[in-house]
Design a binder for this molecule. Structure first.
Ligand SMILES: NC(=O)c1ccc[n+]([C@@H]2O[C@H](COP(=O)([O-])OP(=O)(O)OC[C@H]3O[C@@H](n4cnc5c(N)ncnc54)[C@H](OP(=O)(O)O)[C@@H]3O)[C@@H](O)[C@H]2O)c1
Length: 218
């Protein structure tokens, strides 16, 4: 399963790339600047002791990937999806974007569509294979490769097959993931990120996360 990460030079995308490449998925880091993508890929390969991570411009990365992760700031979400709409047609799109207020990351800017995930569907069309997930996984925790990520992954999608693919991918990379329902359920998941940021600030932590207890998988 080839995984491309749009905005993979950034904190979250780079951390996800590390965890996925370590689980032996072929990973390409995408950037608006292919040279910057190459620099990040080299850094990832050095950290992992591999040469499995590649760097490319965003459009080339999206063409290459079978799963394409969107990991850009919310302010660039719609424009990035619009710019890559052709490349993303038919691809499994994993959206990790949270609509945070850039001036105050403890605040959510709820999109008119209901959530960033539904905004992606509004841009890419109703048949797009969109899964929303990893919105609450801190980049700082992802980078600590010697420590399991304690926070759990909540997956939302209208496409059961796509959601099962991402569930498998998450589990292989060492995450505990939960199916929280249809794409609309991202409305419940995205606000958990500013909640966690608030708690981390209040209690001077960088790694706090969300865990589900008391539910058994049947
Ligand atoms: N950081 C976290 O702990 C965390 C946790 C959970 C979810 N998230 C979500 O993950 C997404 C990425 O977060 P991040 O912290 O990685 O963000 P970031 O480091 O600020 O940006 C990620 C990448 O997006 C690209 N980018 C920046 N501005 C852009 C623009 N105007 N147009 C197109 N691309 C642009 C940049 O790549 P190039 O310049 O190389 O193109 C940048 O390296 C956000 O939506 C965030 O809500 C983050």
């Amino acid at each position: 399963m080839r995984i491309a990460i749009i905005g993979g030079t950034g904190e979250e995308g780079f951390g996800l790339g590390l965890r996925l490449a370590r689980a032996e998925f072929p990973v390409t880091i995408g950037s608006r600047d292919p040279a910057r993508a190459q620099v990040s890929a080299t850094q990832a390969n050095e950290l992992l002791g591999t040469n499995a991570v590649q760097g490319m411009g965003n459009a080339a990365a999206a063409r290459w990937g079978e799963v394409v992760i969107i990991s850009v700031p919310y302010s660039a979400h719609v424009a990035t999806l619009q710019g890559l709409a052709q490349e993303l047609a038919g691809k499994l799109v994993l959206d990790v974007v949270v609509p945070l207020d850039p001036n105050n990351p403890r605040r959510l800017l709820p999109p008119a569509a209901g959530s960033a995930a539904e905004e992606a569907r509004a841009v890419l069309g109703p048949t797009a294979r969109i899964v929303a997930g990893f919105q609450n996984i801190s980049a700082h925790a992802l980078r600590k490769l010697d420590t399991p990520v304690e926070s759990e992954v909540f997956l939302s999608s209208d496409d059961q097959e796509a959601k099962a693919v991402v569930m498998d991918l998450a589990q292989r990379a060492g995450f505990t993931a939960w199916d929280v329902g249809e794409l609309e359920s991202a409305r419940l998941v995205e606000p958990l990120t500013p909640l966690m940021i608030s708690l981390n600030i209040r209690y001077k932590s960088r790694r706090g996360g969300l865990r589900v207890t008391g539910i058994k998988r049947g």
